[in-house]
Design a protein around this ligand. Structure first.
Ligand code: NAD
Length: 468
């Protein structure tokens, strides 16, 4: 949909549809979810092509992280919709006797989803599933930085779903700004809050929302640490190393909000850890990773240069122990490992969001807890350890959106877990039922009987009532 001329008309159409009540019906919600399934099935080829074009994603990675995950999520929503939509009985205090009460989820109305480029389908459609399952009318604004994906999304959503109730509006920052000036019943934003031109878009979104008191979910980013203790040096060595690499270079080349940003490891194990990482980088991406189609490309020249600049600092450059080569024409950056770059360098103060992996060494792995606590709250903390006491400390002494032990990324696919940040990594949560709740209002309904009535609850007040 073009935004200039017909934005108002488009939003009016959506509001009119909402006011008919049709999106509240279970049958409509189901039909849209089924439409989404058909879209994912029939447009699979176009989706693969667009992801290759915008991000150099291999179809296997694209299926694992986007199509497959979405199909699972839609099926989960379809399987649970009845339960989610059902009202829940609530207990009441004796003073209300006799009466009954229930909590009834109702849609919010007209909702806006602004999404990011790194998982252009996943990050657009995952919240979208929640929005339509909850019975809302929706505007989706995909990222302009993945234009082929944005175009496929716009065409496919309009072809497979109810155009009077869901619209995709394509465009860049100016379109986003125009959309944010409108009055919404909910804004769901995935994107950055810090880095790159110091744009703090999370704050831009909240400021716009404040004008209309619109509730907001902010899915932001940050630096996700991976703590690796001696576990990697045991019989689990291979799987630990593979999971670390998958959580960095194997997921959109590190351009993932829950990708590993840096590793914390004990000094005495560092050289073995680096050797193992090098061995497996070769196994996963070959002798010449530039030729590999198993590692995604950097999304844009601007992001490529940002990453390249992170290594410009001579102290950072000197800390490279593997990789460090770039190919600007192909927006390729070699999987790169650094050991102990300066902590005050940008690579350790900003979210990296690319295939550069610093390892910070510590004398004792327990020191990782203080290291993490002294920094902004992460979206995810990863820890590879079988030390139960250490794991309990990590859970209770740190704060983050999520903690995942002995694996990476996998938590994203768990419909039963809330996904979202805390502190600077964002707020609000979604996935599975949490997505439904993110786009619903839980209405309290109380039905009172006339059977009993207490005279002392009514004025006039007097001492006799006080003594009761
Ligand atoms: P992006 O550049 O695609 O921006 C996201 C969206 O915001 C786009 O639709 C864009 O048009 C819009 N936008 C950008 N600047 C704007 C402005 N000034 N005003 C209004 N709208 C604006 O993506 P990005 O922000 O580079 O995404 C990467 C960031 O997102 C990282 O920080 C990453 O950690 C975070 N992220 C978080 C999650 C999550 O689920 N928490 C997922 C993916 C990415």
């Amino acid at each position: 949909m073009e935004v200039e001329g017909d934005l108002e008309a488009g939003l009016d159409e959506l509001r009119a549809t909402y006011s008919t009540g049709k999106t509240k019906e279970a049958a409509w919600r189901r039909s849209q979810l089924r439409g989404l399934l058909t879209l994912l099935e029939e447009k699979e080829g176009d989706i693969f092509k667009a992801l290759k074009q915008d991000l150099g994603k291999h179809p296997v990675e694209a299926y694992r992280d986007e199509i497959g995950t979405l199909v699972k999520s839609v099926n989960y929503a379809l399987g649970n919709l009845k339960k989610w939509m059902a009202s829940k009985k609530a207990e009441l205090p004796i003073a209300a006797f006799p009466s009954t009460a229930e909590i009834l989820p109702e849609p919010l109305g007209l909702v806006l989803i602004i999404s990011s480029w790194n998982f252009p389908f996943g990050l657009s459609l995952e919240p979208f599933i929640g929005a339509i399952a909850a019975g809302n009318v929706v505007v989706l604004k995909p990222s302009e930085l993945a234009p082929a994906c944005s175009s496929v999304l716009a065409k496919a959503v309009h072809a497979y779903l109810d155009n009077k109730a869901v619209k995709v509006i394509e465009g860049g920052i100016s379109v986003s700004e125009k959309l944010l000036q409108q009055k919404w019943d909910k804004i769901f934003f995935t994107g950055l809050d810090v880095f790159i031109c110091s744009a703090k878009v999370g704050r831009v979104v909240m400021t716009a929302a404040a004008k209309h008191l619109t509730p907001v979910t902010l899915e932001l980013g940050g630096k996700c640490p991976a703590v690796v203790d001696s576990l990697f040096n045991t019989r689990y060595k291979q799987v630990v190393i593979k999971r670390i690499l998958a959580g960095k270079f194997g997921t959109c080349a590190g351009q993932a909000c829950i990708g590993i940003d840096y590793i914390l490891a004990e000094t005495k194990y560092t050289s073995t850890l680096v050797e193992q990482l090098k061995v497996w980088i070769k196994k996963m991406f070959g002798e010449n990773p530039k030729e590999s189609n198993s590692i995604a490309r950097i999304v844009s020249k601007q992001h490529f240069l940002r990453l390249k600049n992170l290594l410009d600092d001579p102290m950072v450059k000197a800390s490279i122990v593997h990789g460090g080569s770039f190919d600007e024409d192909n927006l390729f950056i070699e999987p790169t490992i650094l050991v102990d770059p300066p902590l005050e360098a940008e690579i350790m103060t900003e979210e990296i969001f690319g295939p550069l992996l610093p390892i910070i060494t510590l004398e004792n792995i327990e020191d990782s807890i203080q290291f993490i606590k002294s920094r902004p709250k992460a979206l995810t903390i990863y820890a590879f350890s079988n030390n139960e006491r250490f794991k309990r400390r990590m859970i209770s002494e740190t704060s983050s959106g999520c903690v995942t032990f002995n694996d990476t990324i996998i938590q994203y696919a768990a419909d039963t877990l809330p996904f979202g940040g805390v502190g600077e990594s964002g707020f609000g949560r979604y996935h599975g039922k949490f997505s439904f709740e993110a786009f619903s209002h839980e209405k309290a309904v109380l039905r009172r009987s006339f059977l009993t009535d207490f005279w002392f609850r009514y004025p006039p007040w007097n001492d006799h009532k006080l003594q009761l």
